[in-house]
Design a protein. Sequence first.
Length: 276
Amino acid sequence: MHDNLGHTLIVDEEPGMPKPIAENWFTVEHLSDGVSRIYEPHMADWLRCNIWHVRGRDRDLVIDTGMGVRPMLEEMTQLTQRPVTAIVTHSHFDHSGGLYEFKTRCCHPVEAPTMAAPTLANTVADTGYVRAEAFTALPYEGFSYKDYFVRPAPITDMLDEGDVVDLGDRVFHVMHLPGHSPGSIALYEKETGLLFSGDVVYDGELLDDLFHSNAEHLAESLNRLRELPVNTVHAGHYTSFNRQKLRTIIDEYLAGGRRPGDLDAWIRGEMEKTGE
């Protein structure tokens, strides 16, 4: 099956009993240092993106925006109380789907053309991750994963290595860390040692084999992070972790581990872990 742009769609039959319509699509977990984690609890753990909300004096920061299958600003009223800068660490569908909702939209210049004209292919939504098993409930009546797409979100502000994002009382430094994607970025707050790493590093299998991934570049980026004085890593997926865990993840990847291998087998394994 193909969409009207000729991209291949996953055509798995939707298994199991009919799924309920979720009353609330987003959940908020308030952490320390003015940081909250927003996530989509009805997405499978192996696909669920962490959406980070950082509160500042003059404006707030949202880092990554989830899949965009249901409007976030209607449900997350705390994101409308002051000006918000929304940043996607990279243009993959699970991080960039909700960017269109925000007025100030930022990413690395390499990823900007994708955000202006997203397709299933250039957002890697055609790689097999968007499937029935990814949803434990539906965002609205009539939803089908087969109809999923990413809405255009033209970038208003480009971010590159050495740029800073100033919230008035806290400053985040932009790091360009290619490998997972060519324009992957991370945000680092020197004063607190906080690192928002996107998909450059997280506590799971690291993807370096997508159509625009580069394993050599990813290794270089990880070696750079290994020497960074980090206290806490808030990653694009799964749980947050400290510097010791960061180094362990990096060392395991550089030694040849932390790669998912066959996608279907990996997803089955992840579902067995969580009982999905």
